[in-house]
Design a protein around this ligand. Structure first.
Ligand code: 3PY
Length: 259
């Protein structure tokens, strides 16, 4: 995942993925088989319980694609479950301060000289296989290999965004535009048209660039993803399974009705 992010940062193709809201090994395998850089398993808003998260991660990683898990909340035990299952990256919703970001980082780092405050527990039984490593290799490289993504999606987060971006160990700030719009007092789905949301978005992007961190943005189509890539974001999805299913099926239904 880091290599794909570095490619994007160097001006190459953006680091692009898809969003999974449905559970299912075969679904994860099918999406990953399309050849994205990553597939995100959404345990915040998706219908994906713990065991299904394990299955999806295995399906994605075995296709040579990076599994990322969005956990439901900033809880160290949830980070541990997703890391131990073999996630290559973890996304944490609603990060609002440098203190919170630092706590998140410490929860995801094994204690080491570099990370003396790290408190991730040893015992990743299944993660090594999802990195094509043995247990020793995994434990000695996980601190460097695992990408930590915090979401910027509230007014408080934007007010503290430079400090959050400067937090050691945070790899990426990822804008959740719907929550951000809601937090700023607007209707979520209109975010692209709202000046205040776009000002907050630009401020977040600049904070990432100034701190040398990756910048990510949620996108539900290739058109939106391309706009964000042009703006300077390195990482974005270009859809979600639930959107693909409903949009395509509704379209076919409409065509049948028009016959
Ligand atoms: C948002 O748009 O708020 C997100 O977090 C994307 O799911």
């Amino acid at each position: 995942l880091r290599a794909a992010l570095e490619r994007a940062k160097a001006g190459g193709a953006p680091c692009v993925g898809q969003w999974m809201e449905f559970p299912g090994y075969t679904l994860a395998k099918t999406i990953a088989g399309l050849g994205f850089d990553w597939v995100l398993v959404d345990c915040e808003h998706g219908n994906i319980a713990d065991n299904e998260m394990y299955l999806a991660i295995g399906a994605i990683a075995s296709s040579g694609v990076s599994p990322i898990v969005r956990i439901p909340a900033d809880e160290p035990w949830m980070m541990k479950r997703a890391l131990d299952a073999g996630a290559h990256g973890i996304m944490i919703p609603m990060c609002e301060s440098k203190e919170q970001a630092a706590k998140i980082v410490n929860a995801m780092k094994y204690p080491s000289d570099r990370w003396p405050q790290g408190f991730r527990g040893s015992g990743a039984m299944f993660a090594p296989a999802n990195f094509n490593q043995n247990g020793v290799q995994y434990q000695s490289t996980a601190n460097d290999n695992t990408i930590i993504i915090v979401q910027i999606e509230t007014r408080n987060a934007v007010e503290n965004v430079e400090e959050i971006a400067s937090t050691d160990g945070v790899d990426m700030l990822f804008i959740g535009p719907n929550d951000l719009a809601a937090s700023l007092g607007y209707f979520p789905f209109d975010h692209a048209k709202i000046e205040e949301v776009q000002v907050a978005t630009a401020r977040t992007l600049k904070a990432c660039k100034d701190a040398g961190k990756y910048a990510g943005h949620f996108a539900l189509s290739a058109e939106i993803a391309a706009q964000r890539s042009k703006q300077g974001f390195e990482f974005m999805n270009c859809g979600a399974d639930i959107v693909a299913v409903t949009a395509w099926m509704a379209g076919e239904k409409a065509k049948m009705e028009a016959l």
